[in-house]
Design a protein around this ligand. Sequence first.
Ligand SMILES: Cc1cc2nc3c(=O)[nH]c(=O)nc-3n(C[C@H](O)[C@H](O)[C@H](O)COP(=O)(O)OP(=O)(O)OC[C@H]3O[C@@H](n4cnc5c(N)ncnc54)[C@H](O)[C@@H]3O)c2cc1C
Length: 391
Amino acid sequence: MNTFDVAVVGAGMVGAALALALAREGFDVAVIEPRAPKAWNARDDVDLRVVALALSSVDLFGRLDAWKEISAARASAYRHMRVWDALAPGALKFDAADAGRTALGWIVENRLIQSVLWQALQREARITLHCPARVTATDATGDRRTLALDDGSVVCAKLVVAADGADSPLRGLLGIAARERDYGQCAVVAHVATERAHEATAWQRFLPGATLAFLPLADGRCSIVWSAPDAEAARLLALDDDSFRAELGAAFDFRLGRITATTPRASFPLRMQLADRYIAPRFALIGDAAHAVHPLAGQGVNLGLRDVEELRSVLVEAREARRDIAAESLLRRYERRRRSDNTLSAHAFDAIQRAFGSAAMPVAAFRGTGLALVDAIAPLKRMFAAHAAGR
Ligand SMILES: Cc1cc2nc3c(=O)[nH]c(=O)nc-3n(C[C@H](O)[C@H](O)[C@H](O)COP(=O)(O)OP(=O)(O)OC[C@H]3O[C@@H](n4cnc5c(N)ncnc54)[C@H](O)[C@@H]3O)c2cc1C
């Protein structure tokens, strides 16, 4: 039986990026995915799921020859960020020009990224796709890990990587536990038209117990992410369009004037989830399978793509040193480097969510002061900006 260098389970944005990155380095890669992504079509309305890509993620897609196609299709640069609070004065402002850049990041549809990466996987000679397929059992013996698939086939690889999302069935098969904090919140998403132009700005307003982001789309509309307690999110979803537009405009302090139109809404439950370990014999976790974070900082996929870059570099180093690419000491290095960054980020977003989720006045006063302080102290502000950009 053919043994691959790496088998990647899950071809979402993170798994597909890893498979491509490794194939481009000359590794033979198997990809296992239950459903091919729906092809992106310019005539379709903008997909309701979008992500704010940090510059580090855009760089990675550039190296994978995917960014040109993505940006030519439909992507929107944001050059400014404005963060402010409904309960206290003080605001945080970031401008790309201050950092000598033309953009702080890009807003792109998930489906577009997935579709471009999927087509690239199909073209890549070193990649073997198993789709539709799921893993039913796995075992590590000697120099390989074996995966039994539900289509009856068996895949062997020196290293298996789970990129199968926050619910990661493969993480479960390996017996790796994940600590979870259910925020009791849902993110309500929609695309809306506003009276005034979005000014290529990513806007975020903290509300009592909720956060509201307006992300600029290429067609002049904004993609909104309104994270609110479950009952409140259910109420927002149930509103008729006119009432929703009125409530949304007020919650956003009419910063862009009235909301003049909205698409239908969707919602996603929110939780923080951190895997206890990232590795096992001939096995590693990446992306949401390893760490799911609150979307208020728009960093989930960006962290996952940093996992991709780290794992790629560890495997290339191993091959150059003629070592086993799944040697425990190498996988530990990957785990050490990525777990600390991901855990720190997840707890930082969690702390912000808790502080801004509170309507208690002393906390509110502190958070207004905090925003103003960060904005006033240049090195602190630079640190936040660099972290958000993934540098
Ligand atoms: C409302 C909201 C807004 C967000 N905004 C941002 C943002 O602005 N910026 C940002 O960086 N992040 C954002 N995120 C987070 C981001 O969407 C996730 O971090 C990202 O999608 C994770 O990618 P992934 O490839 O790790 O996992 P997923 O996207 O979950 O992909 C997992 C893949 O595994 C496949 N799979 C599932 N089961 C199996 C199986 N049994 N076997 C094989 N494959 C399987 C799935 O089909 C899928 O293709 C947001 C999240 C939410 C909910």
